[in-house]
Design a protein around this ligand. Sequence first.
Ligand code: ACO
Length: 329
Amino acid sequence: MERYASLKSIASYVPKRCVKNADFEKILDTSDTWIQKRTGILERYFASDDQNSSDLGAEAGRIALERSGLQTKDIDLVMVATLSPDYLGMPSTACLISAKLGIRDRPAFDITTACTGFIYLLSLAKAFILSGTYEHILIIGAEKVSSVLDFEDRSTCVLFGDGAGAAVVSASCDKKNSIVDVHISSDGTYCDLLSTPRVVRQSHFLKQSSLSPYLQMKGNETFKLGVKTLANDVEKIMKKNNVSSEDIDFFIPHQANLRIISAVGEQLNFSSEQVVITVQKYGNTSAASIPMAMNDIYESGKLKNGDLMLLDAFGGGVTWGSALLYFGG
Ligand code: ACO
């Protein structure tokens, strides 16, 4: 019997504190009008001081598990994508989430591919399942991006939000419910477009560092490269799989900027009903943005078992990717 990988459930967690554009007007030289016009963002949510990415991820993971009908003991692997881990280096956010969910004696690790995180996780989950290594995998994009934002830099801090999205990917024999194809890529020569530099401690052996530990982005260059790369990548995956825009039920792009989403959506001839847009209410939640958007259409009753979704993302590294999959929930 053929073996496939299927996305069995989707869930998200949004922290409670809602921050409106007008709240930034009080601390920065910016305006609600500028933010809305240039990004489409109206508001975003920030985690509380005592909440970290692992807390947000564990909440989303718990719901994804419940919705899959599985128990913690059934999960063979936990993978987390984040650019805002609880700890620098170790322990991984995946280990912390596993502990919070009661998943023990199972592999758990993080990946660092910024906003493309969820698509990289899908690619890994598919490969682990098709190789016969695992049956059920919990994948999570969890971000407390606010923990790496410089709230004095108006060109970045107004763009991002916190949140988490999670999914269970399981082995299946049903092609009509499976992950059809995932494409991932990167180009490190563009590493200076988006970064969270590491603070180098002053010592007798090192010169003083002038690096900022906060997220930095060359917004305009990233914008142009993002639009070009995404449109090409999505066209390629559709052509390779002999799929046209009419075959797609939902196009779920990474939610960084409404202008990028509209430019790519128009270039690919998607109607407004097909394009899922949540950037206005969550901002850019990096690796959590695609699963949060997918969960929105699931919870509103639009996303049904067997619907064909097309995902795409672009982020720091730079990294990018696209995925074509049927919803198996
Ligand atoms: N309020 C008011 N003015 C602002 C603000 C603000 N919050 N931020 C920047 N400006 C000003 C700039 O200083 C500049 O002023 P100047 O012309 O006097 O120099 C002017 O607005 C225009 O700035 P640009 O950067 O050229 O504006 P742009 O239209 O490119 O929009 C934005 C900026 C929203 C960041 C856009 O470039 C963008 O969305 N880029 C892509 C983001 C992205 O996709 N990132 C990848 C994923 S994220 C990840 O991986 C973590």
